[in-house]
Structure formats: C-alpha cells, structure tokens
Design a protein around this ligand. Structure first.
Ligand code: NAP
Length: 299
C-alpha cells in the first residue's frame, strides 16, 4: 500500500478539526468528506446506523477518521442521550465496521476525560475520571472503540480553536469588538491547541504508521496530542487581545464567579511525551501556534 492510494472516510468534515483534515489528509490520498448537512461531500447522519454501515461498506476506506462529536459541553448536561449516541455509540460502531473490513480508525478525544486534580500533566496511563457528561461520554467512546478490536488511534486533544467554527478565540475576538470590558476565568489551566496543528499531526501519524509496523510494538491506542505549554482562559484571552492589537480590559475571575451547567477540570494539561517517542512529533508552544493562526487570518 503506497501513500498515494490511501482512502480516508472523513466524518465531521465541517467541524474545526475536520475542515483542516480535508487539506492535510488530501496530501496523502483520497478524502471522502461527510457532513450532517452534506454541504461539501456526502451527507451522512452518524446517528443513522444503517447509513453509516452502508457508507463504510460501500467506500471501503483504508482509514475512518472521526472528527465528528457532540462537542457542546454545557448542552451535553441535558442532552445526555444525544451526547452518548454520538460520542460513545458511534465510535464503537466505527470500530466494529473497521474491524470487519480491515480499515483503521483515527478518533479524537479530550482532556475532559480527566478530573483536573493532578499536579503534573496527565499521561495516557493516568486514571480518567470525567466530571461532565461530555467527558464521560467521550471516555466511553474511547473505551468502546478500543474494545472493538479495530486498529484504532485515539488522539486526545484540548481547548481547540481555529479560524473556523465555534471556539473561544473567535468568541473573544467578537467580544473585544462588542465590549470594552470582559471577565475571563483564570483558575482553569490547559493547553489551547490550533485545529490545524491537530490535523497536521494526524497526517504525519498516518504517514509514519507503515514505518512503525510490524516490527515495532503496536502503534495503536491512546495518545495525547496538544500544543506545548499551558495557560488559563484568562492568559489565552490576554494573548489573543495582544496579538489582535485591540483595546479591551480583561478582568481575571475565579470559576465560581462564572457558573456553567457543566463542571470543567481545574487542570487538564496533557503530557505529550508518548506522541514524541512513538511518532517523533512535538507540537509547538501554544503561543507560537496562536500567533500563526492569527497571522493566517490576515493572509
Ligand atoms: N473543541 C474543543 O475544544 C475540543 C477539545 C478537546 C477535544 N475535542 C475533540 O476533537 C474532535 C473535533 O472537535 P471540533 O472542535 O473540531 O468539533 P466541532 O467543530 O464541534 O465539529 C464537530 C462536527 O461533528 C458534526 N456532527 C454533529 N452531529 C453529527 C451527526 N449526527 N452526524 C454527522 N456529523 C455530526 C458537526 O456537524 P454540524 O456542525 O453540522 O452540527 C460538526 O461538524 C471531537 O472529537 C472533540 O470531542 C475538541
């Protein structure tokens, strides 16, 4: 199998990571994008088990890339069933289909599988204990996919932002224009990660997979894949403001002053050493990526 013959079935191709994957995977082979609306690519509702099964069997991809999810962390607290179906049932189904057809799966998960009580970056082998419905359903999805028997990679990322879709960076940019003053929480610590970096790293992993098998231990399983460094939402917002050259006063506030339906981990920095050891990949510091992302808007 050469890199040019690879076929990727990309689920959630309209999302933040999905959009970037269309380009990065396109360099390695043929990408079949699928979206809920069918905008660009195939229309595929992942809640429709029969349609998913038929599409996978018809397309017979080398890789199923699942960038779709129920990512609305607060809504998930009340949309528990929908969250479980998308975040847990779907990855299991994809794993079963991949296993049957000999395809491989790349699936994304989250720092929110951890409770946030660590005093050092979380490693893949640390015990997850999610504190939100989103985190619980994403963890269930990881476990059910890995139990399916498929050759699957679970890439846990965090605090994803980019120039498309809904994310903290774009919300801040809008609020800087609309308001003179903002309050942002400064006691949740994580690593903001540019969607493009996730997509570029994914393509590099795919590219390196054949060189890792079959002589090396199985490359499949869970990997942490985030930007290096750490900050608070307040620190992230302050950097966006500075790079945009906007004028707005940002007030640091504790989480208790900004109640939300879902609880978030106070500390969810992920240790990326395993990704570096197995695939030789190291994502840049979050500040470097943020600068590149903002520069990319202007170009
Ligand atoms: N965003 C973050 O901060 C973050 C942090 C850590 C991990 N992650 C993980 O990274 C991955 C990518 O996240 P993202 O931020 O790129 O997500 P996103 O922008 O919210 O995109 C998710 C996509 O899933 C699609 N989708 C939802 N329901 C669907 C259905 N029934 N059928 C088909 N597609 C459906 C959505 O389509 P519509 O737009 O049409 O609804 C959307 O395009 C996810 O696994 C997420 O859990 C994200």
């Amino acid at each position: 199998m050469t890199a040019t013959t690879l076929k990727f079935l990309l689920l959630g191709s309209d999302g933040q990571v999905g959009r970037e994957l269309q380009r990065t995977l396109g360099i390695l082979g043929e990408v079949i994008p699928t979206t809920l609306s069918g905008g660009e690519g195939l229309r595929l509702d992942l809640l429709d088990t029969e349609a998913v099964t038929a599409t996978v069997k018809q397309q017979r991809p080398d890789f199923i890339i699942n960038a779709a999810a129920h990512t609305a962390v607060d809504k998930a607290e009340t949309e528990v069933d929908l969250s479980r179906r998308l975040n847990a049932d779907v990855p299991e189904l994809l794993g079963q289909l991949a296993s049957e057809l000999g395809a491989r799966v790349i699936h994304y998960s989250t720092d929110f599988v951890f409770p946030g009580d660590s005093d050092r970056p979380y490693r893949e082998e640390d015990r997850p204990a999610p504190i939100s419905v989103y985190g619980k359903t994403k963890l269930e999805g990881e476990q059910r996919l890995l139990a399916s028997g498929a050759d699957a990679l679970v890439l846990r990322t965090s605090w994803v932002y980019g120039n498309y879709g809904h994310n903290f960076m774009l919300t801040m940019m809008r609020l800087f224009r609309e308001k003179g003053q903002l309050s942002v929480v400064d006691d949740q610590i994580g690593a903001p990660t540019w969607s493009r970096m996730v997509a570029e790293a994914t393509a590099q992993i795919v590219h390196k997979l054949p060189t890792l098998t079959p002589d090396t231990p199985s490359p499949y399983g869970i990997y942490h894949l985030t930007a290096a460094g750490e900050t608070s939402w307040y620190g992230f917002a302050s950097s966006i403001l500075e790079l945009m050259g906007e004028s707005c006063t940002i007030q640091p506030v504790p989480t208790r002053d900004y109640p939300t339906p879902a609880k978030r981990p106070a500390y969810s920095v992920l240790d990326n050493s395993k990704l570096k050891q197995r695939f030789g990949l190291q994502l840049p510091d979050w500040r470097v990526s943020l600068q590149q992302c903002i520069a990319d808007r202007a170009s």
